[in-house]
Design a binder for this molecule. Structure first.
Ligand code: AMP
Length: 553
C-alpha cells in the first residue's frame, strides 16, 4: 500500500536547509597550512557552498558526475562536502598520501571530471595529471591572489598553472541565489571513496544520500557518539578517509561547531587546537593518539582539556593500556569504534552497557578495549568453516554485516563478488569473536592472522598487549614462515625515547596474559613502523622485510 507518509527524500540538501535555518551562527574554524586560524559562521560556509554549487554547474558538472577533492581539512573542503552532493554530483575525496600511480588509477577509474585541489598539492597533481582526463582544476590558494585568472601567483607565492581556476575567484563569480536544489533520489550517489587496496587494486565505494543521512542520524544517538548542538567537533581523521568518518555531515546537520586542523596533525598542534577551540569530541586512528598521549605525559596538567568528553578511536585497535592511561592519567574518555570504507564507515562502538555499571574498573577497561556493539540498523554475524559462530566471546570467525549504509557492491563491479553473499551480507575480512549481546572483538584482518600449527593467533591482541609495556611506544605483530609450525608470530617494536627493554623483558611481560604457544618467537627493535596512507601499521611491508630472514632460519 502506498501513500501513507510523505515521500521525503533523505538527501544532503536537508542538512544545508536545517543548518541554514537553525545554526547560521555556529562556527567553522580552520587552521591553514601557514598555521593561521580562520573562522567562518555556518551562514558564511553555506553561502560559499551554494556559490560553489552554482559555479560547478556553470562549469558543466551534471548530476552523477564525479567531482574530486585533493585537499587538507578546512572550510573549503567542508564547502565541497556540502556543495557537490547538493547538485546531484558525487564528492570523491582523494587520499593525498597515495602514490601518484595509485591516484592516477583511482581518478581514471572514477572518471573524475573536476578536481578541487589545495595549492600545496599542485606538485603531486603535476606528477599524474598527464595520465588522467580531468576537465577543470580549481585551486584553493590559502592567501590573496595577486593577478588575474590565468596562471596567476597566489599569496603563498606558488604559480597556479594555466587553465586552472582560482577557488576564491570562482566563488566570487557565482551568485548564490541562483542555486536551484535539484530533485535528488535518496538512493543516488552523494560521495565515493576508494578502499586502501593493500591487496589488489583499490576499489570504489559509492555512498548514497540515504546511507550518509541514516549513518549521521545513528552516529548522533546517545548510545553512539551522543552528538548535540552544544558540541564542538574536531576530526583528526583526514577528510579523505571515509568522509572524515561522516563527522562533517553529522556535525552540520546537528549544528555542532566544527574545527579542522589543516595539514598540522602533530601532537603539539592537535593539543593546541583541542585547548583553544574547547573541542568536545575528536576522532582519529590510534597512532595519532599514542603520540598525543606521550605529549600529555611529558607535560602533565599543561593542557586544559576539561571540555573534551570523547576521543573516538578507530581504524586500528585501540590498546587497553592507552584507554586506561588517557582515563586515569588525564581524565579523558576514549570511545573505541570499528568501521570500514565499505560502511560509510561506522559499524560498532564501545560504550559500557548499564549491566556493567557495577563491574570493576579492570572489567570495564577490558570491555572498552573491544570494538563494541553494532549501531542500530547494523546487523552482525560471524562465519567459521563449521557455520555461524556462537556468541560466546571465544569462537573466531569472519565478521559479516548488513545494513543501510553498507555497500552492496563495489563501483563498476561486473559479475559476482564472493564478499557479498547471496543472502545480502558483506564479508568484512575481519576475524572476530562475538560475545554475549553482540560485542565484537577483532582478532585480525584475515590476511594478518598468524596460523601456527593450524591454530590461529591474534596479532592484534599481542600488539595491543605489548603497547601496554611502559617502554614500548608501538608494536606490530606479523606472521613469519616456520619449517614446523608453518607460521609463527614475530613482534616488531619501537621503544619510547629514553626507554630500554630487552626481548626477554617483553616476553616476560606477555607471559601471564597469553598461552605459551602464542608468544612471539622473536622481537625485533626498529626506529619506526611503516604506515599506510591512513596511518595504520603497514604489515605487508614488515612481512616482506622479515620473510626472507626468517625463511632462512
Ligand atoms: P578502512 O576501510 O581503511 O577504514 O579499513 C577498515 C579495516 O580497518 C577494518 O576492516 C579493520 O580491519 C580495521 N579496523 C577498523 N577499526 C578497527 C578497530 N577499532 N580495531 C581493529 N581494527 C579496526
Amino acid at each position: 500500500m502506498r501513500g501513507l507518509m510523505m515521500d521525503y527524500q533523505l538527501s544532503i540538501p536537508a542538512i544545508l536547509r536545517r543548518a541554514q535555518a537553525q545554526f547560521p551562527h555556529k562556527t567553522v574554524t580552520s587552521r591553514r597550512p601557514d598555521n593561521t586560524v580562520v573562522r567562518h559562521t555556518y551562514a558564511d560556509v553555506l553561502e560559499r557552498a551554494r556559490r560553489l554549487a552554482v559555479a560547478l554547474v556553470a562549469l558543466g558538472v551534471k548530476p552523477g558526475d564525479r567531482v574530486a577533492t585533493l585537499a587538507w581539512a578546512g572550510h573549503e573542503h567542508l564547502e565541497a562536502y556540502l556543495a557537490i552532493p547538493s547538485i546531484g554530483a558525487v564528492l570523491h575525496t582523494l587520499n593525498l598520501r597515495l602514490h601518484q600511480d595509485d591516484l592516477a588509477y583511482i581518478v581514471s577509474d572514477a572518471d573524475d571530471r573536476v578536481l578541487i585541489l589545495d595549492e600545496s598539492l599542485l606538485p603531486l597533481f603535476e606528477k599524474f595529471k598527464a595520465q588522467v582526463n580531468i576537465t577543470h582544476v580549481v585551486v584553493i590558494s590559502h592567501g590573496a591572489v595577486v593577478s588575474g585568472t590565468q596562471g596567476s601567483v597566489s599569496g603563498c607565492g606558488r604559480a597556479r598553472p594555466d587553465g586552472t581556476f582560482d577557488y576564491e575567484q570562482l566563488l566570487a563569480s557565482a551568485d548564490a541565489s541562483r542555486y536551484v536544489e535539484p530533485s535528488i533520489d535518496e538512493h543516488d550517489a552523494a560521495a565515493m571513496c576508494y578502499t586502501s587496496g593493500t591487496t589488489g587494486r583499490p576499489k570504489g565505494v559509492l555512498y548514497s544520500h540515504r546511507a550518509i543521512m541514516l549513518h549521521s542520524l545513528a552516529q548522533g544517538l546517545r548510545d553512539c557518539l551522543a552528538l548535540a548542538e552544544d558540541d564542538t567537533v574536531l576530526p583528526i581523521v583526514p577528510m579523505f578517509h571515509v568522509n572524515a568518518w561522516g563527522l562533517p555531515f553529522t556535525a552540520a546537520w546537528l549544528g555542532c561547531n566544527q574545527v579542522f586542523a589543516g595539514p598540522h596533525l602533530d601532537p603539539e598542534s592537535v593539543l593546541s587546537l583541542l585547548v583553544s577551540e574547547k573541542v568536545t569530541l575528536t576522532a582519529g586512528v590510534p597512532t595519532v593518539w599514542l603520540g598525543v598521549l606521550q605529549e600529555l605525559d611529558k607535560h602533565p596538567g599543561a593542557f586544559d582539556l576539561s571540555r573534551l568528553r570523547a576521543i573516538v578511536i578507530g581504524g586500528s585497535a585501540a590498546p587497553l593500556s592507552m584507554i586506561r592511561a588517557y582515563q586515569e592519567r588525564h581524565g579523558l574518555t576514549i570511545v573505541h569504534a570499528w568501521g570500514m570504507t565499505e560502511m560509510t564507515p561506522l559499524g560498532t562502538l564501545c560504550n559500557v552497557p548499564s549491566s556493567m555499571h557495577e563491574a570493576s574498573d579492570d572489567e570495564k577497561y577490558r570491555y572498552r578495549a573491544k570494538q563494541g556493539t553494532p549501531m542500530p540498523l547494523v546487523e552482525i554475524r560471524a562465519r567459521a568453516e563449521s557455520g555461524f559462530t556462537p556468541w560466546d566471546g571465544q569462537t573466531m570467525g569472519e565478521l559479516e554485516v548488513r545494513g543501510p549504509w553498507i555497500a552492496s557492491q563495489y563501483y563498476g563491479a561486473t559479475g559476482a563478488d564472493p564478499r557479498f553473499s547471496d543472502d545480502g551480507w558483506f564479508g568484512t575480512g575481519d576475524i572476530v569473536t562475538i560475545a554475549d549481546r553482540g560485542c565484537i572483538e577483532i582478532a585480525d584482518r584475515a590476511k594478518d592472522l598468524v596460523k601456527s600449527g593450524g591454530e590461529w593467533i591474534s596479532s592484534v591482541l599481542l600488539e595491543t598487549a605489548l603497547m601496554g609495556h611502559p617502554a614500548v611506544a608501538e608494536a606490530a605483530v606479523i606472521a613469519v614462515p616456520h619449517p614446523r609450525w608453518d607460521e609463527r608470530p614475530l613482534a616488531v617494536v619501537v621503544l619510547k625515547p629514553g626507554h630500554t627493554a630487552t626481548a626477554d623483558d617483553l616476553l616476560t611481560f606477555l607471559e601471564p596474559t597469553f598461552a605459551k604457544w602464542w608468544l612471539p618467537d622473536a622481537i625485533e627493535f626498529i626506529d619506526a613502523i611503516p604506515r599506510t596512507s591512513v596511518g595504520k601499521f603497514k604489515k605487508s611491508t614488515l612481512r616482506e622485510q622479515y620473510r626472507e630472514r626468517y625463511q632462512r632460519m
